[in-house]
Design a protein around this ligand. Structure first.
Ligand SMILES: Nc1ncnc2c1ncn2[C@@H]1O[C@H](COP(=O)(O)OP(=O)(O)OP(=O)(O)O)[C@@H](O)[C@H]1O
Length: 214
């Protein structure tokens, strides 16, 4: 469902991605590791259509990202890609319930029954009226996972989703994310610094010197 071929990206004169290749099948989970500064977040941003690249190709279910207009890329982010960040990135002025519904509403896929099930499964029942700042880090990240999966994107991109959580809390969040990703049939590409967490996914690749290490 995702094909990245010979992807090249520089910031000014500095090449960051120097011919990255990767493929991800529908429903597959892939861990992306690499040194700090190796370009992991940059790669995720490009796949999410958040930035443009100079060479190579990214295809998502047959769509060539390089050919999309800005509105086309916005549409891709609304309906086909879900993002989970290390910093949770909840909307502080919206209640937990409205944060959970936010992405699904944007994607025109709001389904109250599915949201209620997600809320229950994520252990967030009874917290819907709170503000994000009134939740623990683990609870906030569970809201972020729920917000993404409520919209049922075919691809979830997660950038160190447990990086701000203690080990037990992070493990619990990852367990839930993997269960729910499998349940929705989404593919997952997850950046992590942890070999232990990377081993929980179907496959892993390592980014080094701007390429996927053999
Ligand atoms: N907007 C930008 N402008 C200039 N340079 C950038 C920009 N974004 C990233 N870089 C540079 O590109 C390189 C790769 O950054 P990136 O954040 O993708 O690495 P990373 O592998 O995700 O690192 P980390 O594990 O520390 O999060 C770094 O050298 C960084 O300084």
């Amino acid at each position: 469902m995702l094909n990245v071929e010979n992807l090249q990206k520089s910031f000014g004169p500095v090449p960051v991605l120097r011919g990255v290749d990767l493929a991800l099948a529908a429903g597959e989970t892939l861990a992306l590791t690499g040194e700090s500064g190796s370009g992991k977040s940059t790669l995720l941003h490009l796949i999410a259509g958040l930035d443009r690249f100079e060479g190579g190709a990214i295809r998502l279910d047959g769509t060539d990202l390089a050919r999309l207009s800005d509105p086309g890329r916005a549409e891709l982010r609304r309906t086909r890609v879900g993002l989970v960040f290390q910093q949770f990135n909840l909307i502080p002025s919206l209640s937990v319930g409205d944060n959970l519904a936010f992405q699904a509403r944007l994607a025109d896929r709001h389904d109250p029954d599915w949201q209620a099930r997600l809320t229950e499964r994520l252990g967030l029942a009874g917290l819907e009226a709170r503000w994000p700042e009134q939740l623990s880090g683990g609870q906030q990240q569970r809201v972020a996972v729920g917000r993404t999966l409520a919209a049922r994107p075919p691809l979830v991109l997660a950038d160190e989703p447990t990086g701000n959580l203690d080990e037990d809390t992070g493990d619990a969040v990852l367990d839930l994310m993997l269960e729910l990703v499998a349940e929705t049939g989404a593919a997952l590409l997850m950046v992590t610094h942890s070999d232990r967490l990377a081993a929980r996914l179907d496959r892993r690749i390592h980014l080094s010197h701007g390429k996927v290490a053999a």
